[in-house]
Design a protein around this ligand. Structure first.
Ligand SMILES: Nc1ncnc2c1ncn2[C@@H]1O[C@H](COP(=O)(O)OP(=O)(O)OP(=O)(O)O)[C@@H](O)[C@H]1O
Length: 259
């Protein structure tokens, strides 16, 4: 898919924890429809950068905007409503709820029927609930999870839990989807299936995706553009080919990862 208009603009963004600059002076732009990767050694600031984009942390420097609207200082739920969803390095599901309910909860944040209609069980409540359920099942089909819709999330094998997390993030109808190590803990077959799934949902939902990943096959295979963080700073950006051959990147990171 050809990349479109600018979606996310990050200008000189950073955050300091006491004396530590966890992220510093990061400037980047993601265009609509782009599938980009964020790589770097452990502790480089990748997850902290996601936390800045999603409002978990407020940047102590610089600015972040989505389709021209500034996000700095907005609460995480407001940023979700503006169009940024994410998954986490350590899976965060409602483990005692069913697979279906995990996805429906994400829809609830966007529900059009009012709290009053739900309390008094107006017809609009049931219509809204039914629509939500139908949409949630549609998502589960895409992620090949519809056959386990009534299982508790905690009973799913690890690979399915990871897919459910992505399904749930998508249910919030994001413009930008952030995936934090989506292939962590997966075997090679699951990783390959996931790569195909990521490419498919990007097309189907016209998404922009930024993913953090240590699995270089996944990053190089699926991303069109890659950003490299080291000690909180962006040290390189480019196509997978450019990144693979960038001396700074090889020294900071790839040397140990790729022979
Ligand atoms: N809330 C916090 N308070 C203090 N320091 C923090 C906080 N969050 C992150 N850091 C520090 O910021 C730095 C960047 O951490 P971060 O988790 O973003 O790295 P990462 O690139 O995601 O690493 P990994 O690949 O291991 O997940 C680390 O030195 C970390 O200890």
């Amino acid at each position: 898919m050809a990349a479109g208009k600018p979606l996310l603009k990050v200008e000189n963004a950073g955050i300091r924890f006491g004396g530590l600059k966890a992220v510093s002076g990061v400037t980047l732009e993601l265009r609509q429809g782009e599938l980009a990767g964020l790589i770097g050694p452990n502790g480089a600031g990748k997850t902290t950068f996601f936390n800045l984009l999603t409002g978990v942390y407020v940047p102590t420097e610089g600015s972040i905007s989505l389709v021209g609207e500034k996000l700095n200082g907005l609460a995480p739920y407001k940023i979700t409503k503006k169009g940024i969803s994410r998954t986490f390095q350590n899976i965060r599901l409602f483990s005692d709820m069913t697979v279906l309910d995990n996805v429906k909860v994400a829809y609830h944040s966007l529900a059009k029927h009012s709290i009053l209609s739900s309390i008094f069980r107006f017809p609009s409540h049931f219509k809204g609930e039914m629509e939500m359920e139908e949409k949630a099942i549609e998502f589960l089909k895409i992620f090949k999870l519809d056959h386990v819709r009534y299982e508790k999330a905690k009973n799913l094998p690890y690979g399915q839990q990871r897919r459910l997390e992505i399904a749930r993030a998508l249910a919030a109808k994001p413009k930008l989807l952030l995936l934090d190590e989506p292939a962590a803990g997966m075997n090679p077959q699951e990783t390959e299936d996931l790569m195909n799934l990521i490419a498919l949902i990007r097309e189907k939902f016209e998404l922009t995706i930024l993913l953090i990943e240590h699995d270089m096959n996944l990053v190089m295979g699926v991303c069109e553009r890659i950003y490299v963080l080291d000690h909180g700073q962006l040290i390189a950006e480019g196509t997978p080919e450019q990144i693979r051959n960038n001396p700074k990147v090889i020294e900071a990171y790839l040397g140990e990862e790729v022979s």
